[in-house]
Design a protein around this ligand. Structure first.
Ligand code: TYC
Length: 102
């Protein structure tokens, strides 16, 4: 097999054997102090939800204790957690955002 074909074979094997990326849930946790409107704003700003969907998720978190904002690759999930946590901190709200393996 010539070098070009060998390289092609390696690329094909890598493509076939590549595992699907592990997905992580990003969740919001309930607390007694963060205003509902702030949570709705966070869901719209960082998770690109419309107001209706954001309100639905906020109420789920409020009544059930936690709710999923979305599923992402590990890096993107970690970035969302940092962005949301930083934004909540800036506004002095205790809103907690965490990630967990799907
Ligand atoms: N429980 C909060 C309140 O009554 C609202 C809230 C919803 C807070 C979702 C956090 O992730 C949260 N103001």
């Amino acid at each position: 097999m010539n070098t070009e074909n060998q390289q092609e074979a390696v690329l094909e094997t890598e493509a076939i054997q590549a595992e699907p990326p592990h997905l992580y849930k990003v969740l919001l946790l309930n607390d007694d102090y963060t205003p509902m409107d702030f949570v709705i704003h966070v869901l719209q700003r960082f998770f690109a939800m419309n107001r209706e969907r954001a309100t639905e998720i906020m109420l789920k978190v409020h009544y059930e204790g936690r709710g999923v904002c979305g599923l992402f690759s590990r890096d993107v999930a970690a970035t969302k957690v940092e962005q949301v946590s930083g934004f909540a901190r800036q506004h002095q709200h205790p809103l907690a955002c965490v990630m967990e393996k799907d």
